[in-house]
Design a protein around this ligand. Structure first.
Ligand code: ZN
Length: 150
C-alpha cells in the first residue's frame, strides 16, 4: 500500500498521503484537511475503502467509457470541496471484476457512497457537479441523521 503526493489546497504544501489508513489526512503545514483520492481493486478494496474512517465515494469506471472521463474531474472537485469528510476511491471495473459483480455494475460510471462497506447511496450514469454534490451531501446528511438518533 503506497502513498500519493497531494498539494494542500489551502497553503500549497505538497504532502504525502497514505492510500489506506485510519483517521483523515491533514496538511503537515497548516493542518487543514487534505483531499483524499485513491484507487482500489479486487485485492485492496477492503483495506482502502471498507476500513476508511470517513465515508467513501466510490467511482466504478472503465477506460473505454466517455462519460467516465467527464465525471472523474467532477468527483475530484467534490473530494477537494469535502476534504476531511469523504474519501474518493476509483475502481477500474475491467481490472476489478469481483467489485463489478459485488456492486452489480450494469453501466459505467456507477457511483456509490459507502460507509464501512454499507451502501448509503447509489447513482448510475454521469451527472454535472451540482447534481452530484446534492446527491453526495444528501447521503452524508442521512448518515449523520442516523448517528444522531439514540
Ligand atoms: Zn496546508
Amino acid at each position: 500500500m503506497g502513498s500519493e503526493k497531494v498539494k494542500c489546497p489551502n497553503c500549497g504544501k505538497v504532502n504525502k498521503v497514505a492510500v489506506a489508513g485510519e483517521g483523515r489526512p491533514r496538511c503537515g503545514n497548516c493542518h487543514e484537511p487534505l483531499p483524499w483520492i485513491a484507487s482500489a481493486g479486487d485485492d485492496d478494496f477492503a483495506e482502502v475503502a471498507e476500513k476508511s474512517s470517513v465515508p467513501v465515494l466510490v467511482d466504478l469506471w472503465a477506460t473505454w467509457c466517455g462519460p467516465c472521463r467527464m465525471v472523474s474531474p467532477a468527483l475530484e472537485q467534490l473530494a477537494r470541496e469535502r476534504a476531511g469528510r469523504i474519501k474518493l476511491v476509483k475502481i477500474d471495473v475491467d481490472a476489478a471484476p469481483r467489485m463489478a459483480e459485488r456492486f452489480t455494475v450494469r453501466a459505467v460510471p456507477t457511483l456509490l457512497v459507502i460507509d464501512r462497506g454499507e451502501i448509503l447511496a447509489r447513482q448510475a450514469g454521469a451527472a454535472p457537479v451540482p447534481q452530484l454534490r446534492t446527491w453526495l451531501d444528501q447521503a452524508l446528511s442521512e448518515k449523520a441523521g442516523k448517528e444522531a438518533k439514540p
